[in-house]
Design a protein around this ligand. Structure first.
Ligand code: ATP
Ligand code: MG
Length: 256
């Protein structure tokens, strides 16, 4: 059975896509079968996996609307070592088109049920909003991974996200839980980041992942070459951190 995780934070630019792509490659590097779902019309996870979003013949948009099966729409990220359900601007229209459909929150869940036996892990890169797309991600998942920067305002948006997750768990998906908070773009030289990191651990305990993703320019450069950071420069600190995070996630699923 596939373990399904959303990478979500309604704040923009906090490292959701970088985490999705590199965790997918990181888990695949440990020999697991991974499907990455790009649930953001920006299509950044698609491009970052080395797949041209403009050239997609089928995308997650058609899958959500029931026009094609997930297996048909999935493409291979050769460099990442995982499969991808890609996205592009078409997906922006899905929000409106889904509104009139009865089971609009569970379209993705239904679509993924069919490929459940094909993967060990399914990762879902959510857009920076608490929209119907994100809701589809949350309804399909067993848990949420929340990437966050250790900044002063980091905790503010967190309450909204935690409340949304609680509401979805209460009403739509009783399986859903927060798997953990992932500290990303971390710069240990910044005292403030150290302090916020300590506050996070004090407040959330072992809900904070042990792995810390450092700020690393190689991770930021990789998408412009159409490569996951792990394929672009495997020896870099950022890539190594995501490989370690992959191992931590593989460990964690045994305790869920
Ligand atoms: P959005 O909300 O728009 O979907 P996001 O949360 O998916 O954004 P990313 O696109 O992953 O965030 O990252 C935002 C920017 O920060 C990108 O330019 C990315 O390359 C960069 N970045 C992410 N993680 C790191 C890191 N560990 N070190 C350096 N740069 C990073
Ligand atoms: Mg993103």
């Amino acid at each position: 059975m596939a373990r399904i995780f959303c990478i979500a934070n309604q704040k923009g630019g906090v490292g959701k896509t970088t985490t999705s792509v590199n965790l997918a490659a990181g888990i695949a590097a440990h020999g697991k079968r991974v499907l990455l779902v790009d649930l953001d019309p920006q299509g950044n996870a698609t491009m970052g996996s080395g797949v041209d979003k403009r050239a997609l013949t089928c995308s997650v948009y058609q899958v959500l609307l029931g026009m094609v099966a997930a297996r048909q729409a999935a493409v291979r990220s050769e460099q990442g070592g995982f499969d991808l359900l890609g996205a592009n601007r078409d997906l922006a229209g899905a929000e409106l088109e889904l509104v009139d459909i009865d089971d609009r929150e569970t379209r993705l869940k239904q679509a993924l049920a069919v490929v459940d036996a094909d993967y060990d892990f399914v990762l879902i890169d959510c857009p920076p909003s608490l929209s119907l797309l994100t809701l589809n991600g949350l309804c399909a998942a067993h848990g949420v991974i929340i990437p966050m920067q250790c900044e002063y305002f980091a905790l503010e948006g967190l309450a909204d996200l935690v409340n949304t997750i609680k509401r979805v768990a209460a009403n739509l998906n009783p399986d859903l839980r927060i798997i953990g908070l992932l500290r990303v773009m971390f710069d240990p030289r910044m005292t403030l980041q150290q302090q916020v990191s300590e506050q996070l651990v004090a407040k959330f305990g072992d809900k904070v992942f042990a792995t810390i993703i450092p700020r690393n320019v190689r991770l930021a450069e990789a998408p412009s070459y159409g490569l996951p950071g792990i394929a672009y420069d495997r020896a870099s600190k950022g890539a190594q951190a995501y490989i370690q995070f992959g191992a931590e996630m593989i460990d964690r699923v045994h305790t869920l």
